[in-house]
Write a new protein. Structure first.
Length: 350
């Protein structure tokens, strides 16, 4: 007689370790994706100050220019689903229902949560507007200084001091923990601990990240909570007790989500890593007003000529051949590669 081993041996199942989401607390929900797959965000530019001309006949405030804006388009792309069945065998309805519920919880804890966290980390890293490419990996004697230097770049960019989280690979968290500049768990409350926070350094809440959850060759990153939009449009899970063709419940689920860095707040994410993770600024040259970018293995380039940041701008174009500039234009460009972030390069009209 067939046996439903999931329930027959339920008391003997050794559940694997699991981890609550460590990105949710720092995720952003400033913009609503309800009823929409794509959201466009516009940010209005500013202008420079001029010396006021007290004796001028006109334009005492300076020359008038049109105030432009930058449009950023965000389209959800992660539409995932799963399903599995549990054979009823000779077990009671109650034990079958319990097994289905446990199996669903296990799927969420061990598959869905890690998948979403890893995806958010990758998208946050790729959208970071502050980067430090390190010639060598942090050491016990340099780790705190490296973090302070990266954090200072965010402060120089006027990112608020509060609301910053340091996500650090466990390999480097071990070094950080041994430094006197690290404030341990005894300074924190239970709420912080439940969010994965284990301490504080330079004003940032510290959250260790399993080494393979951060993109390869990223040592650590600092994130300001309001710097991203991380919609979860759909998260439906069902246990269907009777499905034709199956002798037992069928469990299924679907989730629809994504993660985006807001262009006007891109300085709210800072990343430190090796040159394999932090792509060098594009090597640009100009001849007869035409700008060329030197090819780099495995790297594609995005650029703009309207002054907007190619990391976020709706006008960013993929580079393929030399781009001719007109008077007053500057070409801004970044290298792109999955799981990496590029340092920006510029070339003005000449």
């Amino acid at each position: 007689m067939p046996q439903n081993y999931a329930t027959k041996y339920s008391d003997r199942i050794a559940e694997r370790f699991k981890k609550k989401s460590i990105t949710t607390a720092a995720s952003g929900n400033e913009y609503s994706f309800v009823g929409a797959k794509t959201v466009k965000i516009s940010s209005v530019d500013t202008v420079a100050l001029n010396d006021f001309n007290r004796t001028g006949a006109s334009n005492r405030f300076g020359s008038v220019s049109n105030l432009g804006d930058t449009v950023q388009e965000m389209t959800c792309s992660q539409d995932k689903g799963f399903t599995f069945a549990i054979d009823a065998g000779d077990n009671s309805d109650k034990s079958i229902d319990m097994a289905a519920g446990k199996a669903l919880s296990r799927e969420i804890d061990e598959v869905i949560v890690p998948t979403m966290d890893k995806y958010r980390f990758k998208k946050w890293v790729m959208g970071a507007n502050v980067q430090t490419s390190m010639g060598s990996a942090p050491t016990k004697s340099t780790i705190v200084g490296d973090i302070i230097d990266l954090n200072a770049k965010m402060t120089d960019a006027l990112v608020p001091m509060e609301g910053r989280t340091l996500y650090i690979s466990t390999a480097y968290y071990k070094l950080l923990k041994q430094d006197s500049g690290f404030l341990g768990v005894d300074t924190l409350g239970k709420d912080a601990l439940s969010r994965g926070v284990v301490g504080e350094v330079d004003g940032c809440a510290v959250v260790p990240v399993p080494t393979n959850w951060l993109p390869s060759n990223v040592y650590f990153m600092i994130k300001y909570k309001g710097a991203s939009v991380d919609p979860v449009k759909l998260q439906n899970y069902d246990v269907l007790p009777k499905v034709q063709g199956f002798d037992g419940p069928v469990v299924q689920g679907r989730l629809y989500y994504d993660a985006f860095v807001i262009g006007t707040k891109g300085d709210g994410i800072a990343v430190s890593g090796s040159s394999d993770a932090i792509l060098a600024a594009p090597a640009m040259s100009i001849t007869s007003h035409a700008v060329s970018i030197t090819a780099a293995s495995g790297v594609s380039f995005l650029y703009t000529t309207d002054g907007t940041n190619p990391r976020y701008s709706d006008t960013a174009a993929a580079y393929s051949t030399a781009v001719t500039l007109t008077t007053g234009q500057t070409m801004r460009a970044i290298g792109t590669k999955d799981g990496c972030v590029g340092i920006e390069g510029t070339q003005a009209y000449a």
